[in-house]
Design a protein around this ligand. Sequence first.
Ligand code: NAP
Length: 319
Amino acid sequence: MTAPLFNRMALIGVGLIGSSIARAARAQGLVRSIVATARSVETRARVAELGIADRVVDSNLAAVEGADLVILCIPVGQCGAVAEEIAPRLAPGAILSDVGSVKAAIVRDVGPHVPAGVHFVPAHPVAGTENSGPDAGFAELFINRWCILTPPEGTDPGATDKLATFWSALGANVETMTPEHHDLVLAITSHLPHLIAYTIVGTADELEQVTRSEVLKFSAGGFRDFTRIAASDPTMWRDVFLANKDAVLEMLGTFSEDLATLTRAIRRGDGDTLFELFTRTRAIRRGIVSIGQDSDTPDFGRPHEKLPPLPRPYMADGE
Ligand code: NAP
């Protein structure tokens, strides 16, 4: 039997992402023991009840004691303060990582608190759902999803490689890039889509000409697909937009120009412009399916019920 990759993994925050890491790391035998903590008594009690960590402790400081891998699985806006809090107890040689959806702000806020001899390797698993909390996690969350590492300049390559091995063993494909490039890529692939979903759902909710019950009733026309994204955790997403302000504003500028082009095409009855764009976007969807980042099941795999039996008057004579 091979030795686990890490002796003791400390998870600060055990929500969707932290609890998924715990479940997957244990299933793969990657860590000898898992120590976990969360901010509230309720979450800590639930984590203990679920049994997804070997030990649940009631402070961030106690959690990191003696750990050779520490992962911050908390909202981006909390990472700086928590790094400052735990810094005195981080073990020499330990790897300190995170899972935040924004990276430059994490490097800026956490980096200065990392003691000499501790390896800081920020990470972002590009995987998730709209649910939160320890019950929402599952071991398979990261399979065939990307995990982006953004080690600051001068990081020990051995530490980066070790964390890459960890994420690969959780099923992820690992890529390394600068924090700034990560933030630009994610601004268009994740942050802007969330902003658009939040806007559409908010706009529909405030309409005067169409009632809220009509919006809900006829949502299968497209609206409901936005509501899944717009149901994402408000704390997490508030922090993402505050922390990735510049990249989001840059992408939003480009998006607004493209929206203006479409608005003009609709106003002028320019069907060619609309048709050409819709043809290109359809190809992008097919590309995502063909590289295995989504399944090709129609209607996102929603089950469809059987046709109902015909009412009596429509039955043929003699039946
Ligand atoms: P979540 O389900 O809401 O869990 C957050 C956890 O952090 C909770 O256990 C919470 O404890 C704990 N926490 C918050 N502040 C804390 C503090 N100061 N000290 C200790 N624990 C604290 O959130 P999540 O979806 O797992 O997201 C966590 C991180 O992953 C975020 O940075 C997010 O950007 C990133 N991420 C999320 C997704 C996604 O789709 N959700 C995908 C990739 C990356 P309580 O329950 O007691 O408040």
